[in-house]
Design a protein around this ligand. Sequence first.
Ligand code: HEM
Length: 411
Amino acid sequence: MTTEPFDSCTSFSVTGLPTLAYDHLQDPDEAHRAIADARRRAPIAIGPHGPEVLSYELVRRVLRDPRFSTAAGLGLDVQGITSGPLWDRATQNILGLDGAEHHRLRRLVSHAFAPRGAERLRELIVGTIDSLVEPLTRVGHCDIVADLVRGYPTPIICALLGAPPQDWQLFSAWTDEITKLFDWNLANDGPAVLAAWQDLDAYLADMVEQRRHNLSDDLISDLIRAEDGCDRLTHGELLMLAAALLVAGTDTTRNQLAAAVHALCDHPEQWALLARRPELAPNAVQEVMRYYPVVLATMRRAVEDVNLDGVVIPAGTLVIANTAAANRDPAIYADPHRLDITRDGQPAILTFGGGVHYCLGSHLARIELAEALRIIAQRMPDPRRRAPARWHAMSGITGPAELAIEFTPGH
Ligand code: HEM
């Protein structure tokens, strides 16, 4: 594994732009204050890894402009990795592909990720969240992270893929390791990430082999069937996509659920409103993902010099599309720092990204979150936090690391 650090932003410096740092921030409110402060001064700031665009309009533009490619290798070069087995895996990941290669993959898999596929998991989703919430309603207190969200999305992703339910903890352990890719500490975590990824690939290779002889209605079967004219997914692409789902769809969803509970807990009137009007659940998902997104940003690299509102971004510069900033842009959202699950008729939030890499799992994530919030709001009334919540670092995938709450039992 090569560990020559890639200098992502030395070539980029513009005097007068605000700076942003995240290391010292303890929670999302601090992060949003820092971001809002910077955005008041300019729509572009200098962050730890390069320029960060902060206005809704610029973030959307960067995500859709073909002059910005995705950060090849999921940005591992910024962490000093530019070759070796981890780099090879990361560069083959759908998130790190661009142009015709990426377009071909999206064409082949779009059918498998259509809303219909997510919808057929709704019953399992409701059953899973119900069985996690039920024992907690008897005691009236819990740690949302340890007692609830940890056990939530992996069984559903297993079912989506078609893996046996009893294997979900295996998947969960592999995912915990592999998602360390995004923790900016690969000098330490690299070997464990690679080992987990290899184990996962071996498991998935077995599964794909079995499915080829026995197609069913799961996603692996849909991906095996997927074809566009004479084109089909290769064996390597099937493994990559299955692993991408776990990595992209587990930690994101569980942290987003914990973050949503945190936000609603601090706004008990919104929690009570959702309990009274469960039909607001999809709207509540939209609003909590705007208010406390657990992915604050997504990365792109300029493929040529690009002028963004008078600031020239030189070719090769890593650009951070700060979607969290965009979601609270006062030019787009009235009173953006207010949580209001009845908000309506506004431009789409950017927490699922935008443009050609828009999240493939957004339908599933929305159903998972909406059903969970609907049930939690109804069965855990009058919530109060028992202690200040501790949050993961604001870079990478964030969310509460602990969230102790109490509520009225017996519902
Ligand atoms: C709350 C939960 C989730 C959040 C916040 C989230 C967020 C994101 C973001 C920000 C991107 C990158 C978009 C870009 O760079 O433009 C992405 C891509 C992706 N997501 Fe999600 N995601 C979530 C859930 C899921 C789930 C449940 C799955 C799968 C079942 C999934 C699968 C994917 C895949 C495969 C991609 C890559 C798409 C591509 O590169 O073409 N995500 N997601």
